[in-house]
Design a protein around this ligand. Structure first.
Ligand SMILES: [Mg+2]
Length: 120
């Protein structure tokens, strides 16, 4: 186990400690986690909707981080319920990125706050 408490697999283990299965079947837990993921994704979408279309309701970096963290919680649980870890996912993503898979692969490396993003 990685000593870094923020290491992805450690975060996944922490998330699972809060997951209350109540003896439900694996199928029910997967559905529950999927609904949670959809709900948190909806909260993120609503935050962005207000940010872009409702004057005076602009969001902040902290609020976006908070909602994305909620999404990550359910990704942690759902991935576990399907039998893999965050590290499994990052390894899989690394292979996909290396292979292109339709993602931009022209050497462009935007920063989180590059000029185009900060204008939003
Ligand atoms: Mg939330």
């Amino acid at each position: 186990m990685d000593d870094n408490q923020y290491a992805p697999d450690n975060i996944q283990r922490q998330a699972l400690k809060t997951w209350y299965s109540d003896g439900s079947s694996l199928r029910e837990q997967r559905i529950h986690a999927l609904l949670g993921l959809a709900g948190e994704t909806g909260e993120l979408v609503d935050l962005m909707k207000k940010h872009f279309y409702k004057p005076g309701r602009e969001t902040t970096q902290d609020k976006v981080k908070d909602e994305l963290s909620d999404v990550l919680y359910y990704v942690a649980v759902l991935s576990h319920l399907w039998g893999f870890t965050f590290e499994d996912m990052t390894a899989h993503l690394a292979v996909k990125l290396a292979g292109g898979h339709g993602w931009r692969n022209d050497g462009h490396q935007p920063g989180a706050l590059d000029e185009q993003n900060s204008a939003d």
